[in-house]
Design a protein around this ligand. Structure first.
Ligand SMILES: NC(=O)c1ccc[n+]([C@@H]2O[C@H](COP(=O)([O-])OP(=O)(O)OC[C@H]3O[C@@H](n4cnc5c(N)ncnc54)[C@H](O)[C@@H]3O)[C@@H](O)[C@H]2O)c1
Length: 398
């Protein structure tokens, strides 16, 4: 039997969400080390995993822990540098979203994967949600025909996560204070890029992007209520990031994609906000948690002439189009976080190392999707002008 992959985690908070998956996959992966700056985080790990080595310094962990792979779950500004460092030391990397925050970082990340040959995967768990994978399977079977339009949204009121108790800013708060645009794109663009086979053989390619953002009004109101008038965040211009940002992408094959990112507006969370329009079918994800995802299929669904089409629950077609992943492992995955995504991400990463195959979300996907963050900021700063999206595969080594 093969030895399990020895894994280390840096960033012990989000890392904790992977405890059940680590336990379930213990024949293939063994947690050997955790690194975090905070004693309180490390002591939680110490009590549950007494055999695991704990570190406060990332470089020391890389040198001393004897791990084969690192799961990077620190604040997102650190991901690219930590990933590059790990791969240069011969470690495989599973990176939390997003992969990089500048184009330069993205290029260096790709270069490092190409130079070192290490496995790098982005932990974009939303790609693995059951309806998203079922739609992917339907796309692959040609049900959607030619795809012309898609929408994705990350619409999640995270204002409570922007502040420490004393009112100072967390890394998310600093991001809203210092960064404009579509700062957290991959939950929305990831599944859509897979549906459109972006950067895959025979698939499509992102051509250009234009972004816009609203002004920022919801955080100042929240700050006034929570911390009082003395907090600098009561001034709307303290926050560079607007409440909502919209990015429009045109693809080479003529499809249009609209991505909304909003983590400031007061409203209930909507984990899954997608729409896909092809010449053969239309998909609409639930607009709130209790609804079914909806589908209309040309030639099959009720109402076959323009104007009288009616939606059907996506699940009606489960027997035919459930994705093989969910057919095989859905009973296990559905209990895991983010609609099962937290299980599949770890499983796919470990399998790609053990089976020496390209991970399902590789470094080219990771950088292409994440590049929306810096590009949207530049587009907004220049008044919403369209910018060419770099084709990161051009230097790909065969
Ligand atoms: N995929 C998802 O659904 C999902 C969900 C939540 C968070 N995330 C991602 O996970 C990451 C972490 O998010 P979070 O909510 O856990 O943030 P958090 O602020 O709650 O936790 C970050 C942790 O990283 C530690 N840390 C910071 N710098 C470090 C360093 N240099 N070395 C070691 N440890 C360091 C902090 O002490 C803290 O414990 C972010 O990139 C976020 O985007 C993804």
């Amino acid at each position: 039997m093969r030895e399990p992959i020895k894994m280390a985690i840096v960033g012990g908070r989000r890392g904790r969400a992977f405890k059940p998956a680590l336990k379930l996959l213990s024949e293939k992966v063994q947690l050997v080390a955790v690194c975090d700056l905070l004693d309180e985080v490390l002591s939680l790990w110490r009590s549950e995993f007494p055999e695991v080595r704990l570190f406060k310094d990332y470089d020391t962990m890389l040198e001393k822990s004897d791990c084969d792979a690192v799961f990077i779950a620190t604040p997102l500004f650190l991901h690219a540098e930590q990933a590059i460092k790990a791969m240069r030391m011969g470690k495989h990397v599973l990176s939390e979203v997003i992969a990089c925050t500048t184009l330069e970082e993205g290029r260096r990340l790709i270069e490092t994967v190409e130079d070192t040959g290490m496995t790098y995967m982005l932990a974009e768990n939303y790609c693995y949600m059951r309806p998203n994978m079922m739609v992917l399977n339907m796309v692959e079977k040609g049900i959607f025909g030619e795809i012309l339009y898609a929408e994705g949204g990350y619409i999640h009121d995270c204002r409570n996560l922007l502040f420490y108790q004393d009112g100072s800013l967390t890394w998310r708060g600093k991001m809203s204070h210092e960064c404009i645009g579509c700062t957290y794109p991959t939950h929305s663009i990831g599944p859509i890029a897979q549906w459109l086979r972006i950067n895959k053989e025979g698939g499509d390619r992102f051509l250009r992007l234009a972004s816009f953002q609203s002004k920022s009004s919801s955080i100042p109101l929240y700050v006034r209520k929570k911390f009082g008038d003395g907090h600098p965040g009561v001034k709307p211009d303290f926050w560079l990031r607007g409440d909502s940002s919209i990015s429009i992408i045109q693809t080479e094959k003529g499809a249009l994609i609209v991505i909304r990112v909003d983590y400031h507006s007061p409203r209930p969370h909507n984990m899954s906000h997608y729409l896909l329009q092809g010449t053969g079918a239309s998909y609409l994800s639930p607009r709130h948690g209790n609804e079914d995802p909806l589908i209309w299929i040309d030639g099959r669904s009720p109402g076959q002439s323009p104007g009288n089409a009616s939606w059907e629950p996506l699940w009606k077609y489960m027997d035919e189009y459930e994705h093989p992943y969910w057919r095989e492992l859905g009973g296990i995955a559905e209990g895991f976080g983010h609609g099962g995504g937290d299980f599949f991400v770890l499983k796919d990463f470990i399998d790609s190392i053990l089976e020496k195959k390209v991970p399902s979300i590789d470094v080219y996907d990771a950088v292409t999707w994440s590049s929306m963050a810096p590009l949207s900021a530049e587009s907004i700063a220049k008044g919403g002008i369209p910018l060419e999206m770099p084709y990161f595969l051009s230097g790909r080594k065969k």
